[in-house]
Design a protein around this ligand. Structure first.
Ligand code: ZN
Length: 127
């Protein structure tokens, strides 16, 4: 049953209530009709909000795996796999260079790592 059916029934009831004694009944029926309109508005707003929330929800199908990290196909960012696995949160990892120091203090074998600013997860980028 939809809102249109309810409104039709209320109209039928108002048509039946025709005598002087039924004036009070007609008033009540009008009140109910007003409430149905309010509920219909509220229902429409909730439907729209629900639709938006569904669109916002990111699932694993929207992400691709790049090495140890997650990525959106259309974005450059790498997301932390630990934060995603734990809370479904997309945390953008920072890119940092790490290397070793040789005997004279120069940095050698520098490699790119992704590091999560939230949980400190750090892995070598394999690209
Ligand atoms: Zn993390």
């Amino acid at each position: 049953m939809g809102y249109t059916d309810i409104k039709e029934l209320l109209k039928d009831a108002r048509d039946i209530a025709s005598g002087a004694n039924d004036l009070q009944l007609k008033g009540i029926l009008l009140d109910i009709q007003g409430m149905v309109y309010d509920l219909q508005d509220e229902n429409r707003d909730l439907r729209e909000e629900n639709h938006e929330l569904k669109n916002q929800k990111i699932t694993e199908d929207d992400l691709i795996k790049v090495g140890n990290f997650w990525k959106k196909p259309d974005k450059e960012y790498l997301y932390c796999p630990k934060c995603w696995g734990k809370d479904d949160k997309l945390v953008v990892c920072n890119i940092t260079m790490q290397g070793e120091q040789n005997r004279v203090g120069a940095v050698i074998n520098e490699k790119q790592y992704g590091i999560c600013p939230v949980c400190r997860y750090m892995r070598l980028l394999t690209e």
